[in-house]
Each structure stands twice: as C-alpha cells, then as structure tokens.
Design a binder for this molecule. Structure first.
Ligand code: MHO
Length: 222
C-alpha cells in the first residue's frame, strides 16, 4: 500500500485535467458525513466542484491512518469555484446527506462541519438554526474550525470509481498521479455512484480522450 506523506499542503487544484487554477480563486469546504466514500462521489458530481479528496481531520493525533485514526474523523475535502457553486449550496448537500440528528457511535463517523473562515462559520451556524427550527429536532453535527487535512490512503480516494470493474483499474492507470486531483475523475466517480444528470454525463464523456472500449464501458455504467 502507498504511504503518502499524510500532511497535505494545498497544491493548485486542477480545473480540467492539467489546467491549474489559482488557489486564491477557489473555495475549500470540509465535511464529516459518516463513511467518506459516499460524500466523495456526491460532491464530485456537482458542477462547480473542481476537486474532491477524502481524508482525516478534526482531531489532534499527529499522523492518522485508516487503521490508526486516533481522534480524527473521516471527511471529504472539496475545492470549488465560488462563481458556479456557493458554500451555502454545498452545506445544504451536507445536511441532506448525513444523519445530523444522531450522535455517531464512533468518532470516525461523526457529523462535523469544519469551517475554513468566519463566513463559513456564520453560514453553518445559521443553517443549523434554521434546520432546528424547521424540524424541531436538535442538530448533533458539530461545527468546528478546520485545522489540517490528512490525506487518506489511495485506495479510499474515488472509491466508487476505483471499485468499478474494468474501468476503475484502467482509469487509475491512465491518470496515474493525477487520478486523485482530477476534476473529470471526480465527476466519473460521482456518475458511477448514480449522481449527475444525463446532460452532464454526456458532456463529460464527449470531452474525454480515452480508448473507445473504455468509453463504451463507462457508458454502460451510467
Ligand atoms: N462500510 C465500510 C466503511 C468503510 S469507510 C471508509 C466498511 O464496512 O468497512 O469507513
């Protein structure tokens, strides 16, 4: 198994594979929503999301790994273009796709919104208040300042796509080191999990320069 340096420093996100976007124009959002495989796919399919990564955050243990998490939690870390998708919208997807009303039995799977700045903190606390008012239930999901992301092992990144027969292995080989950070791979990971619209899927497939057999195989999957 690969053991990358777990402490992640921000490298420029990739807009379309290979095109660097200035990190200053991008927003980052981090959510703990239970097992991180599902949120990785869900956010990856969203327009405006330029990169997803899964990792461990929200704790103090120095170098968490999947089998030695310490006090960290599984999170999805999203880099997004604020001109296309807002933090409010990402956060709504977060509430709608995890069990915010219960306390997870393990800290590994707790609900947590890790905010990157004051604006995010304000949006998160406002949305939490609205949710409680609307439902009459209290929110157990924590809202805490983001500190650091420890990148999860390769086999957890884009898990849905990676574990799709044939295409997973072939795309991982095609993309190599770019697999984890690629916008297109994030979309495909979402599509194989059933997310995205037919228009979106066709657009992405049409933009891909892949062997016809691989494209055919992808089409069969969504
Ligand atoms: N359902 C999975 C959870 C893995 S997730 C990355 C399992 O039973 O192992 O924690």
């Amino acid at each position: 198994m690969d053991e990358p340096d777990p402490a992640v420093t921000e490298s420029p996100p990739l807009e379309q594979d290979g095109t660097a976007v200035s990190p200053s124009e991008m927003g980052a959002a981090t959510f703990g929503m239970g097992c991180f495989w599902g949120p990785d796919a869900r956010f990856g399919a969203m327009e405006g999301v330029v990169r997803t990564r899964v990792g461990y955050a929200g704790g103090t243990t120095p170098t968490p790994r999947y089998h030695a998490l310490g006090d960290h939690t599984e999170v999805v870390h999203v880099v997004y273009d604020p001109e296309t998708v807002t933090y409010d919208e990402l956060l709504e997807v977060c509430w709608a796709n995890h069990d915010w009303a219960s306390r997870a039995p393990k800290r590994q799977y707790r609900g947590v919104v890790l905010t990157h700045d004051d604006h995010q903190h304000e949006v998160a606390t406002n949305q939490r208040a609205t949710l409680e008012e609307r439902t009459g239930q209290s929110v157990e999901t924590a809202i805490e300042p983001f500190d650091q992301l420890f990148l999860a092992e390769d086999y957890h990144q884009k898990y849905e796509l990676r574990s799709t027969p044939v295409v997973g292995d072939e795309l991982a080989a095609q993309y190599g080191d770019a697999f984890v950070d690629s916008t297109v791979v994030a979309r495909l990971n979402g599509f194989v999990a059933g997310h995205g619209t037919p228009t979106q899927r066709n657009e992405v497939l049409a933009s891909l320069d892949l062997p016809p057999r691989l494209l055919e195989e992808l089409r069969r999957r969504f």
